[in-house]
Design a protein around this ligand. Structure first.
Ligand code: EPZ
Length: 428
């Protein structure tokens, strides 16, 4: 397994191009199943999860043509042309789904267009049990018959799905996306109340509208979809990755650096920007991106609770903890979305961070500085928090199991070393 070695202490200075959002690209790829015409997706990031989803779609019989490394040194995402006109398979097998839980997002489109789907239950992952009960209950309200056997979801509908008024008991990003896609081809009107408002959900909705779907309320917690008989092809550019943006913003802050993050937008990370500014980070909108640097007064402690959008994103919790660990003063971080998303804590503690977790709240006392150490990645965002800590620490940090990183961060070492980080990947 590859390792990443970091010699900390360098201030990061330079420009980083932000890629298309992984968590938008995955549902957008699944959306190609809703039409027999070609969907062209651009600004796709080069990530393991994107390749896994493309592999799954190709197994269904989707015709996919990919352009390789796009121009500008790979700083412009890839473009995929996808055509699901000749789909012959509607089973998503366990060995693919277990590698990438987001495969569950093919369920809604397959049901809506083909009337059947057999999708492996995704199972849990490091950060939680990650059930999909809300997806299934809502699809059943659209008329799907759903049975579970041998670890698979067997779903079918006689005729078409029927529109319904659905109220999600809790905000679910994937559940909203699955139902949004399914409802576009249902007979009649569907209302999704308490829907997720994440920018990736809105990006999917905008792409579906470009394909001919009738959707109102985009960006709000109530989506109204009038089903139609057919969706046509479209072209869509994936929204920039707000979590990658926030991650590199923290990298600038913890190294007392000065980074220009290009190809992203401030409105995607307002809650993150608010917290970073409270901590003493200067973030300015440059028109084609953001400039991030530590303000003159150092980094102050912050108190934050993760919430569904527009609240502070859970996917930035681990990264913010590193900022808190190097701040002057104490911080509290409360995780409300996932039940086990503090696995970065023991690893950061090995690097000298002073963090105590009580239930869902972590108390972080900064000011002690971090020391490089060998640490282990456990999940995608925990992994990148260890890299951030390594950038801020004195000495050498070795991060193992970096395959987690490759799922969500494109060319991380390359982007960081171009800004002055001493970082390299040791292949093994
Ligand atoms: C999406 O996961 C993201 N993944 C996650 O990003 C992100 O952390 C999460 O949304 C929350 O923002 C993708 O978009 C591919 P949820 P998802 O359904 O859709 C519970 C990353 O690091 N729940 O909003 O799976 C669930 O257990 C990843 O990029 C049910 O109980 O998240 C969780 O506690 C990690 N039943 C909460 O809801 C359900 O049927 C939110 O989950 C569905 C969810």
């Amino acid at each position: 397994m590859d390792r990443i070695i970091i010699h900390g202490g360098n201030r990061l200075q330079g420009t980083i191009h932000i890629g298309g959002a992984k968590n938008a690209a995955l549902p957008l790829l699944a959306a190609c199943l809703l039409s027999d015409e070609t969907l062209v997706l651009s600004n796709l990031p080069h990530l393991a999860d994107i390749s896994t989803m493309a592999h799954l779609l190709a197994d269904f019989g989707v015709d996919i043509s990919m352009n390789g490394d796009a121009g500008n040194g790979g700083n412009i995402g890839r473009t995929f042309e996808l055509n699901a006109g000749a789909v012959v398979e509607t089973t998503a097998p366990y060995d693919l789904v277990r590698k990438m839980r987001a495969s569950i997002l093919v369920l809604g489109p397959l049901l809506a267009r083909f009337g059947k789907a057999r999708v492996s239950l995704p199972g849990g992952c490091a950060i939680g049990t990650r059930p999909v009960d809300l997806h299934l209950e809502a699809l059943a309200q659209l008329g799907a018959e759903i049975e579970l056997d041998d670890g698979y979801i067997n779903a079918k509908v006689n005729g078409r799905l029927k529109g319904a008024h659905i109220i999600f008991p809790m905000v679910t990003v994937g559940g909203t996306e699955n139902l949004l896609m399914a409802a576009t081809l249902a007979d009649g009107e569907t209302v999704l109340a308490n829907a997720a408002r994440e920018p990736e959900v809105s990006d999917l909705a905008r792409c579906l509208v470009a394909m001919g779907a009738d959707i109102e309320g985009i960006g709000t917690d109530t989506l109204r979809i009038r089903g139609c008989d057919h969706l046509h092809g479209a072209e869509h550019s994936v929204v920039p990755d707000r979590i990658e943006t926030g991650t590199y913003a923290v990298a600038a802050a913890v190294t007392d650096g000065d980074l220009l993050l290009k190809g992203t937008r401030l409105d995607l990370i307002e809650s993150v920007a608010d917290i970073l500014r409270k901590a003493g980070v200067e973030i300015t909108d440059t028109g084609d991106g953001l400039r991030v640097r530590r303000a003159s007064g150092g980094i102050r402690g912050i108190d934050v609770t993760t919430e569904p959008f527009p609240g502070f994103p859970t996917d930035m919790q681990a990264q913010l903890m590193v900022l808190a660990a190097v701040a002057d003063g104490a911080s509290t971080i409360t995780e409300t979305i996932f039940e086990n998303r503090y696995m970065h804590v023991p690893e950061l503690t090995r690097m000298g961070a002073d963090i105590h977790v009580h239930g869902s709240t972590a108390t972080v006392r900064g000011g002690g500085g971090l020391k490089g150490a060998p640490v282990m990645a456990t999940d995608l965002r925990a992994s990148v928090s260890l890299v951030l800590a390594g950038l801020a620490a004195d000495g050498e940090t070795s991060v193992s199991r970096v395959y987690h990183l490759d799922r969500g961060y494109e060319r991380l070492e390359e982007k960081l070393s171009a800004c002055g980080a001493v970082i390299e990947r040791i292949k093994s």
